[in-house]
Design a protein. Structure first.
Length: 248
């Protein structure tokens, strides 16, 4: 919100400053994070030999007899033929759609409710705060229960409820429409990280887990690009078509 006041500084529009400052922050954090990224258990220097043995034994027990710690032609072939990678990616693409939709549409929907552009940005803050708290709580519960499907489906159901309300937004009060934004954002944010962890749990070995995560998250950015284009085109038509697109 404060970046809107930077419009015209150094002859740059405020939206350009958003990308400039976010890009700088990303690069700086990435350089600092490199110093704290945990290494492989076999080479992590902060583990004692006893701790290393225990950790490796737990990993072997979790993966049972299946391993993928060597990357050669046969390993690549087995990875590429594993349908779980593609099914997990398809699930992630559908759920990630909700996250991008919330980012793109929330300020615009709030403006349609009668708030100014500045107040729309302010009123979007509680939406993300509630989504963050809900995601952390649900992540803790699904980790303790060691169950993924039910929690992911619950998040999708909550988001679907929000979309259903927005489809009927013309006949609903402002408060109900505002609640729909909470449901969409929280539901999507709950399901998204669970699907990432779920797929990783079903991959054995360092390389297979890394490749599966790269495919899943990498293709997610394609969804973001398509939703940005869809937003620009369909927003000019009507909210109903946009809501129908992202809910589908």
């Amino acid at each position: 919100m404060s970046l809107s006041y930077m419009d015209g500084i150094q002859a740059y529009s405020s939206w350009r400053w958003v990308f400039i400052l976010e890009g700088i922050a990303t690069v700086v954090i990435a350089l600092i994070a490199r110093l704290f990224i945990v290494d492989w258990p076999e080479t992590a220097n902060f583990l004692s030999e006893r701790e290393r043995e225990i950790l490796l034994a737990r990993l072997r027990s979790d993966q049972q007899q299946f391993r993928m710690d060597r990357l050669d032609k046969q390993a690549v072939r087995r990875i590429l033929y594993d349908k779980k990678i593609y099914l997990g990616t398809l699930m992630y693409l559908g759920v990630l759609n909700t996250g991008y939709a919330a980012s793109f549409f929330t300020p615009s929907i709030l403006r349609d409710m009668g708030w100014t552009s500045l107040m729309a940005q302010v009123m979007s803050i509680p939406v993300y705060v509630v989504a963050a708290i809900t995601t952390l709580c649900m992540s803790l519960l699904n980790d303790k229960s060691r169950h993924r499907f039910g929690f992911s489906l619950t998040g999708c159901a909550i988001a679907t409820l929000g979309y259903a309300l927005l489809l009927a937004q013309q006949s609903l009060s402002t408060g109900v429409n505002y609640f729909a934004l909470f449901a969409i954002t929280a539901g999507g944010f709950v399901a998204q990280p669970i699907l990432i962890g779920w797929q990783s749990n079903n991959m054995s070995g360092h390389y297979k887990q890394a490749i599966a995560s790269a495919v899943q998250i990498g293709f997610g950015t394609v969804v973001g690009s398509s939703r940005a284009i869809s937003f620009c085109l369909l927003r000019r038509l009507c909210n109903l078509r946009v809501t129908g697109l992202v809910s589908g």
